[in-house]
Structure formats: structure tokens, C-alpha cells
Design a protein around this ligand. Structure first.
Ligand code: F0G
Length: 457
């Protein structure tokens, strides 16, 4: 018999306190923070949905593995345990450990990017794009049209537009495209998955044109679960088996181990090409560390090796995807517009539709994020004009979408925490017509969303 209640497939082993605050206190904290949620003290946040990156809870087996960590500078057994765990799912020849995902990106694009190069993806994550552009190469997003429409119910909205990819290759020239990337799941596009069929299609195109194909695989297990649930002929497969097939289609990967590998820190770059691996290892030694630990301590390598075995559990993934959908569906039911279908790691509220009276250049997403904090102490993240509006030429242009992301840390909050979030959102919806826009009063030269200060209009 299958019951409806989603029970967390774990019991709590160690707890951290949440300090209760009042709306009056939070009004003061957010004003002191210049209305920027990144400037809050996390102790003043009740439910922290800023990111799912590195904020999850480790298991007792991961903590036990921490004790097993060996901190030898070279050739540590912890390195071999880590390498084996990675290659068990992603059997690439070379594994290069880094302190987090963007370090792997920096090394890869330093090696293969540069002036005149263009790198397509379904949608590049912002650090990926930034690292490509820092190398003076160009980043291009070729997600299918459905992936740009918040209300569209396509089951794989992270898919690459294969026709556009082939056209792009022919127009740009193979010699200018050092790699084709695919982000699974597509974080910037709403945490939407990519189908196996689409990955096979991208792989075939890349083979035909002899262009390497790399995965940005942070949320690979969530993506594989969506394939199992939604793609014809996949429902009887083991998730690990689907992951191995995905890996077999690619020539390499970048990874943030702060997501699906269930770590608080970590990442890697993995690939088959011997010569490129050698270049990358030399860069690794310059900025991260010796190739058998990269940017990590032996204990971190061990915790990640265990995390990789836990994240592919069907019980875990079923709970993970259902509990994210539980929040998203509840918000939709009370009339809050959310990106559909609900993604794997986060619920994205469409602030443009939710607060139509606030103009894009008065930052409806920022306004909503501030009110979620004020009303209920919930910290989400604006993904809209504050994040993307400032152009390289200094002008300001509204972003394509005004979203507020509520990202769910892994194994951290219970269903009653999420029920509280739903109740707060209900109250926020009641007050929505009274919310006002913001102006930016202080802005840094780049990545303004992290440190800008705001004032209410
Ligand atoms: N790629 C994707 C798809 C990501 O979501 C992230 C991080 C990275 C690469 C970079 O990894 O943080 O370990 O350097 N995303 C976080 C987020 C920060 O909140 O979505 P990192």
C-alpha cells in the first residue's frame, strides 16, 4: 500500500537551532542589510532557501568517513576512495578534484577557452558563463523554446534545441567551438531536467563534428530520477545505470559536489582526453593543489565518496523530488504563479506575474524576496533584473524573467518547515498589492546582486 504523506527517509541524528524572530525584528534586520538578503546574518533567518549548494545535511556515514580521512599530501587512500566513487558513476579516465564547481570551470576554460572561441550549452549557469567570458570566449544558450516559457508543461524543459545547435555549429565553425556543454538539471532555467534522448542527440551531433561534449552535472541524480519517471522506456531502470549511460555519452564533466554528491564543499573536473587532462592538472597545481587532493582535505574526499552512494538511492530521490513538488504544487494551488513543472532542487516564483504592479526596473523579484523574509523569515534568492539587468555597456535592461528561487537544501528541513513556508506565502499573497518596488542606492562594478544596497520606493 502506497501512502500519500511524504516521509523523510531519514531520522534526525544531530540538530542545529533555529532562532525565532518577530516581524518587527526582521524589519530592522533587513533595513540594516540594505534590503539585500545576502547581507543578512543567517542566524536571523528562519528557513534558509537561498541555495541548495553546500547547505545540505550529511549522513552519519559521511561524518564517520570524515574521521577516516587521510591527510597525506600525495597519494592518500582517501583520494583513491573518492576517485573510485566518482568513476563508479562517471567512468572518465581522469578525475581532477577541485574545491568547488567554479574552480573546475576556471581550469577547463583557461585550458580551452580564449578569444574567438564560442561555447554553447542548454543554459550556462552564471559562474560557468562568467568563467567562459573571463577567458574572453563567448557563452551561448540554446535551450528549447519551451524552456523559456514559465507556464509550459514540457517534461524536459532543460533540453537543448538540436536544430539550433547544428545550425550554430555550421555558422560558427567547428574550429571555434572547443566544447559543447549541457547543464543537468538546468538550474538557470528553473531546475528543469534534460531527457536521455536529448543527451543522445547532442552526443551524436558532437561526434559527427568531432567536438568534445561536457556535462555540468551538479544535479545529475535528480536529472536521472526525472528520466526514470518521465521518459518512455526508462521506468524500470536503476538510477545508477541511467547516470552511467549519461556519462557514456559525454567526453568529460565539471561538477559542484555541493549539490547531488551531498557535500558541504567540493567539486571535480573529469575527462578522457589525456593531453587536456595534463594541461588541467598543471593549472590545478597552480591554484588548487596537488592532483590527489586538489582543493580538498582528505576527509572531504571521503565524505563525498559516501555521498555519491547515498544520492542515487531511489528512496532518497523519490522523497527529494516529491517534497520539492509538494511545495511548488501547494503554492500553485493558492494562486501563486510558479515555474512549471516543478524542478528538482527548487521552486521558482514568477514575480512578474505575482506583482504585476511593480515595473521590472523597480525589481519585483527583490520586492517579493524582501517580503518573504519580513513576513516569515524565509530567505529566497532573486533571479531577475537585479541579477542580470546591468549590461557590459553600463545600461540597464529588464531580465527575460523575474523569478524568486526557493531552493531546498538536501535532507535539512522537514515537511512541517515546508508547511510553514506555504503558510507564509499565503500571507504574502494576501498582502501582495501593497508591496512596492526598490531603487539601488549602492552598486558594485560586477555581480551586483551579492552586495548592492536598496531603498524602498
Ligand atoms: N553549475 C551549476 C549548474 C550550478 O548550479 C553551480 C552552483 C555551479 C555550476 C558552480 O558550483 O558553487 O560549487 O562553484 N550553483 C549554486 C546555486 C551556487 O545556488 O545554484 P560552485
Amino acid at each position: 500500500m502506497e501512502f500519500n504523506t511524504i516521509i523523510e527517509p531519514f531520522k534526525i541524528h544531530s540538530v542545529a537551532p533555529i532562532a525565532m524572530t518577530t516581524e518587527n525584528q526582521r524589519n530592522r534586520y533587513i533595513e540594516d542589510a540594505g534590503y539585500n538578503l545576502f547581507s543578512l546574518h543567517s542566524d536571523d533567518v528562519l528557513i534558509d532557501l537561498l541555495t541548495d549548494s553546500g547547505t545540505g545535511a550529511m549522513s552519519r556515514n559521511q561524518w564517520a568517513a570524515i574521521q577516516h580521512g587521510d591527510e597525506s599530501y600525495a597519494g592518500s587512500p582517501s583520494w583513491l576512495i573518492f576517485k573510485e566513487a566518482v568513476q563508479n558513476l562517471f567512468p572518465f579516465e581522469h578525475v581532477i578534484p577541485t574545491h568547488q564547481g567554479r574552480a573546475a570551470e576556471k581550469i577547463l576554460f583557461t585550458a580551452i577557452g580564449g578569444e574567438g572561441k564560442v561555447i554553447p550549452s542548454n543554459t550556462h549557469f552564471d559562474t560557468t558563463r562568467a568563467n567562459i567570458e573571463y577567458s574572453k570566449a563567448r557563452a551561448v544558450d540554446l535551450v528549447i523554446a519551451e524552456g523559456r516559457d514559465p507556464a509550459n508543461l514540457h517534461p524536459f524543459k532543460g533540453n537543448m534545441d538540436l536544430v539550433a545547435l547544428e545550425k550554430f555549429i555550421n555558422e560558427t565553425g567547428v574550429e571555434n567551438i572547443p566544447v559543447v556543454m549541457m547543464t543537468i538539471t538546468n538550474n538557470s532555467g528553473g531546475g528543469q531536467p534534460v531527457s536521455l534522448e536529448n543527451l543522445r542527440g547532442v552526443s551524436q551531433i558532437c561526434k559527427r563534428y568531432s567536438i568534445p561534449f561536457f556535462l555540468d552535472a551538479c544535479r545529475f541524480a535528480e536529472n536521472a530520477w526525472f528520466i526514470k519517471e518521465r521518459e518512455a522506456g526508462q521506468s524500470n531502470r536503476d538510477v545508477a545505470d541511467i547516470v552511467r549511460e549519461i556519462a557514456s555519452l559525454a567526453d568529460g564533466m565539471t561538477m559542484s559536489a555541493k549539490k547531488d554528491p551531498l557535500g558541504n564543499i567540493g567539486g571535480w573536473l573529469a575527462l578522457n582526453d589525456e593531453e587536456l587532462a595534463s594541461t588541467c592538472r598543471n593549472l590545478l597545481i597552480l591554484t588548487e593543489g596537488f592532483p590527489t587532493y586538489g582543493g580538498l582535505a582528505g576527509r572531504d574526499l571521503e565524505a563525498l565518496a559516501v555521498g555519491l552512494t547515498e544520492v542515487i538511492s531511489h528512496d532518497y530521490l523519490k522523497y527529494r523530488i516529491r517534497s520539492t513538488a509538494y511545495l511548488g504544487n501547494a503554492l500553485a494551488k493558492i494562486g501563486i504563479p510558479v515555474v512549471q513543472p516543478i524542478g528538482g532542487h527548487a521552486v521558482y516564483i514568477d514575480a512578474k506575474a505575482f506583482l504585476p504592479h511593480i515595473a521590472p526596473l523597480e525589481y519585483p523579484g527583490q520586492s517579493l524576496a524582501v517580503e518573504l523574509y519580513r513576513v516569515g523569515g524565509i530567505r529566497g534568492c532573486e533571479i531577475g533584473t537585479v541579477m542580470f539587468g546591468r549590461q557590459p555597456d553600463g545600461s540597464e535592461v529588464p531580465a527575460a524573467m523575474e523569478l524568486v528561487r526557493l531552493a531546498i537544501p538536501r535532507r535539512t528541513y522537514t515537511q512541517s518547515h515546508i508547511d510553514y513556508v506555504i503558510e507564509v506565502c499565503e500571507e504574502v499573497a494576501r498582502r501582495a498589492s501593497s508591496f512596492r518596488g526598490y531603487v539601488i542606492t549602492k552598486e558594485p562594478a560586477a555581480l551586483r546582486h551579492f552586495t548592492s544596497e536598496f531603498a524602498p520606493l
